[in-house]
Design a protein around this ligand. Structure first.
Ligand code: NAP
Ligand code: ZN
Ligand code: ZN
Length: 349
């Protein structure tokens, strides 16, 4: 079945309205009419082939909220009319150690990405959420709490769970002192979620004008990272840092703000590597640096339930699909408060 979608044709051309074919509904599948799709910085990296893995044509979008319109013969988790979410994964091998232990994001065979992946059934590309509909195996679909505003839920499906997962995995607790680097889509969710968990949050930003927003979102302290005196004032004061920056930068000034046994978790994936940090302070204060990839389906559901209980959604700016290139341009300048979300039903195809 053909659907309308926003298609990237190569790294240099703007996205245009086009059509792609969805697979036929498999037994465990649900078909979802997409209501909203968030615009992740990864979509921009992929549309522009900044990670050198893009296959064209490509339909970005992995922060999907929509309504179930049809279910396969053996799909029992959802029924037509349910409001559901789909994030960065739509399948995995389901047999490896990680798949069996609810960590599909680390599937040894590699998870099937929501877009630019290989569909198990058709061998064709998977198509993302900048589109009218999507067909996904029920195991990779999550329920959306009904009290939340749906457009603001869309960014939780990638930005939300990507910061939730390391906060939970590394046992960040109430009272811990947590740094968040970069107030973008991921960073603003990290500020909201970590502060709702009871952590005392310090935001590091290159944009002094974001300070007031950061405090409103839950940060106790705001540090302008380009100001050496402000950075020096918080030396060895933090337990944990989550770095959400989409560009290469010096990690040493952030490591300097960690207490002994502190951990810096990198979730941003710049197109060029960061320079190696200085190892000596890491040795003498037993510091750790970790990476972290999105979150599992189970974690995504837990995070959505937590957001339902705490009434947390993303701060968004709604756009139509025709505005996507302008949105990408503003995202590159850090001019997003704090996630663009495409209103699919208002989009002129
Ligand atoms: P975003 O909304 O564009 O936010 C990035 C933020 O980083 C900016 O708002 C800015 O915050 C800061 N920043 C940008 N350029 C900078 C520079 N040159 N120096 C210092 N700070 C800079 O991006 P996003 O959607 O949150 O995504 C962030 C990164 O995470 C991307 O690389 C994306 O691909 C990656 N990602 C990873 C995963 C994963 O599974 N690990 C999942 C999703 C996304 P300030 O203005 O506050 O400085
Ligand atoms: Zn993403
Ligand atoms: Zn697996």
């Amino acid at each position: 079945m053909k659907i309308n979608a926003l298609v990237a044709h190569d790294a240099a051309q703007p996205l245009t309205s086009g059509q792609v074919s969805l697979r036929s509904l498999q037994k465990q599948d649900v078909k979802i009419e997409i209501l909203y799709c968030g615009v992740c910085h990864s979509d921009l990296h992929m549309a522009r082939n900044e990670w050198a893995v893009s296959q064209y044509p490509l339909v970005p979008g992995h922060e999907i909220v929509g309504r179930v319109v049809e279910i396969g013969d053996e799909a029992t988790h959802f029924k037509p009319g349910d409001i559901v979410g789909v994030g960065v994964m739509v399948d995995s091998c389901r047999e490896c150690h990680f798949c069996k232990h609810h960590e599909e994001q680390y599937c040894e065979a590699g998870f099937t990405a929501t877009y630019n992946g290989i569909d198990k059934y058709t061998g064709d590309s998977t198509w993302g959420g900048y589109a009218q509909s999507v067909i996904v195996d029920q195991h990779f679909v999550v329920s959306v709490p009904r009290n939340l505003s749906l457009a603001g839920v869309a960014p939780l499906l990638c930005a939300g769970v990507t910061v939730w997962s390391p906060l939970r995995h590394f046992n960040v607790n109430a009272g811990d002192r947590v740094g968040v680097v970069g107030l973008g889509g991921l960073g603003h969710m990290a500020v909201k979620l970590a502060s709702a968990m009871g952590a005392e949050v310090t935001l590091f930003t290159t944009s002094p004008e974001k300070g007031e927003d950061a405090r409103r979102l839950g940060a106790k302290q705001v540090v302008v990272s380009r100001d050496a005196a402000q950075m020096a004032a918080c030396r060895t004061s933090l337990d944990f840092i989550i770095d959400c920056v989409a560009a290469p930068h010096d990690l040493d000034p952030y490591l300097a703000t960690l207490k002994t046994n502190g951990r810096l978790v990198l979730v941003g994936i710049p197109d060029q590597p960061h320079d190696s940090p200085n190892i000596t302070p890491m040795v003498f204060r037993r510091l750790s640096i970790s990476g972290s990839s999105i979150g599992s389906i189970q974690e995504t559901q837990e995070m959505l339930n937590f957001c339902g209980e705490h009434n947390i959604t993303a701060d968004i700016e709604m756009i139509g699909g025709e505005d996507i290139e302008a949105a990408f341009g503003r995202m590159l300048k850090g001019d997003v408060k704090y996630r663009f979300v495409i209103d699919m039903q208002a989009t002129r195809w």
